[in-house]
Design a binder for this molecule. Structure first.
Ligand SMILES: CSCCC(=O)C(=O)COP(=O)(O)O
Ligand SMILES: [Mg+2]
Length: 241
């Protein structure tokens, strides 16, 4: 265990993939679940405004005509998943599919072993927590509702995604989140993520940052620049300001 420091804050904002959940839990378990279900979901829910909006955005982004078939749209989505392009319309559709998967008991989230004990500690100490992930808010809430440690949705007061906050690598998204949190002083918000570019954007907005360089994860050996980096949530102490 390393000493990652003590943080007295008004809010902790957490990323999911690589920070709370292993990357394989997203890229293998969740992506593989969504992959064969995208086409059937699009065909079964043409009047759902989220689905219709996502399909229109995919067509526009990929330069497909209005007459594009579901198969052509799905091919674009599979390409984005292969490239791990976290495009908002893909995330919207995945979120709906995962929501159903968790509700049906097909999916159960598993986090890194340090995560649930640490989040429960911070919650018990009255430290307000929020999530900021590329995964849609619907998908986030579903994923915390059914976990190997039970329903964890009560741990978080707010959820942010690329729709209600913006891109994760832009400082303005963190300013929008701060506004959604009631306008805390930026240096009283701590952001935890495995991606240095996300930490850079949060720091540009005046937030405090800690990187998660978890062994075996894609950013384990990354250059975290001026951000302090730890291997586990157990390495930092957080208290309410
Ligand atoms: C059920 S939430 C899945 C998270 C997700 O889809 C994703 O792409 C994770 O991205 P993050 O911004 O949390 O690294
Ligand atoms: Mg991440």
């Amino acid at each position: 265990m390393t000493d990652g420091g003590t943080y007295k804050v008004d809010w902790v904002v957490l990323d999911i993939e690589g920070t709370l959940m292993p990357t394989s839990g997203v890229h293998v378990v969740l992506y593989d679940y969504a992959r064969p279900r995208l086409g059937p979901w699009i065909d079964a829910h043409p009047a759902d405004p989220v689905v219709a909006g996502a399909v229109a955005d995919i067509r526009a982004d990929a330069g497909l005509p209005e007459t594009a078939t579901t198969a052509e749209i799905v091919a674009v989505l599979h390409g984005w998943m292969d490239a791990d392009r976290k495009a908002t319309p893909l995330k919207a559709l995945q979120g709906l599919i995962w929501q159903r998967g968790y509700a049906d008991g097909d999916l159960v989230s598993e986090y890194f072993p340090d995560v649930v004990p640490r989040l429960r500690e911070w919650h018990a100490a009255d430290v307000p927590m929020a999530i900021f992930s590329s995964g849609s808010v619907a998908g986030q809430i579903a994923s915390f509702s059914s976990t190997t440690d039970g329903d964890l949705t009560g741990l978080f007061r707010h959820h942010f995604d690329t729709v209600n906050a913006g891109p994760k690598r832009e400082a303005r998204s963190y300013a929008a989140i701060a506004e959604g949190l009631g306008g805390p002083a930026p240096d009283r918000v701590l952001f935890l993520s495995d991606v240095p570019a996300e930490l850079d954007a949060a720091a540009e907005a005046g937030w405090r940052t800690v990187g998660l360089a978890r062994p075996g994860e894609p950013y384990a050996g990354a250059d975290f620049g001026g951000h302090r980096a730890v291997e586990s949530l157990a390495d930092i102490e957080v208290t309410r300001a």
